[in-house]
Write a protein that binds this ligand. Structure first.
Ligand SMILES: C[S@@+](CC[C@H](N)C(=O)[O-])C[C@H]1O[C@@H](n2cnc3c(N)ncnc32)[C@H](O)[C@@H]1O
Length: 263
């Protein structure tokens, strides 16, 4: 996969490319990156990449020409790529899309805006898709671009030690992930749940699934409501609730209300 990054701050991407599993994958050549800084394409004497907005308003707007040239350079190098503008007005990014892009090995040209955004004519003329990372505004498109890249790359074979880990992440099956524990077994009066120590894989996966269902219903009713569960899943949840002491339920982050009490 090739990512062409159009940004005024290419060094910002070192945060992703020089750390952790993504850095390892980059060094192994599992994906490629090229940088195209609109500043390098400025023709005016002032070397300015932005200008005042027509009609007035706060902040400057990234100008058409330098962006157009940066896109042309990126496209010449990466002709198959889809052009994405990271924008608060875009469609919300999701785990499903990340997985699809990875499966398709979709090359991307990512445009990171700055200031008050970019000239809308760039969006109209060149952008294939506008993507938002959430209903809040950050100061530049570099972080959103890195979020896209990271979430896609986790699904590329060879990036994580075990591709299966990405499949178990939160949201993969529209469920939050179950909490994790590591050594020591006891600390500050808090103990690892007994089921996780049982060595019984079937029981552990049932325990995790019940917890995922309960946590998702309590915290993200937009993803899962009690009436959407199969009879078998309902039974799993009830058995889990009844057999788990209150102290452990609290430790696991469950609220003290059983989802069916409310529906
Ligand atoms: C300060 S923001 C501009 C916000 C713009 N004035 C607005 O209110 O929609 C600068 C750049 O950050 C990026 N950005 C900010 N929030 C974002 C979000 N939620 N999702 C994706 N990109 C975002 C975009 O590339 C944007 O051009």
């Amino acid at each position: 996969m090739h990512f062409s990054l159009i940004s005024l701050f290419p060094e910002a991407f070192n945060a992703l490319l020089e750390n952790g599993v993504i850095a390892g994958a980059y060094k192994k050549g599992l994906f490629q990156v090229s940088h195209h800084n609109p500043r390098d394409f400025v023709t005016s004497n002032y070397k300015s990449v932005d200008d005042e907005p027509y009609g007035g308003g706060d902040g400057m707007v990234m100008s058409y020409e330098p962006l157009k040239s940066a896109i042309a350079a990126a496209k010449a190098q990466n002709p198959r790529a889809k052009i994405v503008y990271l924008s608060p007005a875009g469609s919300p990014w999701s785990a499903k899309q990340a997985e699809t892009y990875a499966k398709q090995k979709q090359d991307l040209i990512l445009i990171a805006g700055r200031y008050a955004g970019i000239d809308q004519r760039i969006v109209h003329q060149y952008v294939d898709e506008e993507i938002s990372i959430g209903d809040y505004v950050v100061s530049g498109g570099e972080l959103p671009a890195m979020i896209l890249m990271d979430s896609i790359l986790r699904h590329l074979p060879g990036v994580l030690g075990n591709l299966h880990s990405a499949k178990q992440d939160s949201f993969q099956a529209k469920l939050l992930e179950a909490p994790s524990f590591t050594r020591p077994e006891h600390t500050e009066g808090l103990s690892v749940p007994k089921t996780l120590l049982s060595g019984h894989h079937g029981k552990i996966s049932q325990w995790r699934m019940s917890l995922q269902l309960l946590l998702t219903m309590q915290r993200r009713p937009d993803l899962l409501r009690p009436e959407q569960l199969s009879l078998e899943q309902q039974k799993l949840c009830k058995v889990f609730w009844q057999s788990t002491p209150e102290k452990e339920r609290k430790l696991l982050g469950l609220e003290e209300r059983f989802p069916w009490q409310e529906s």
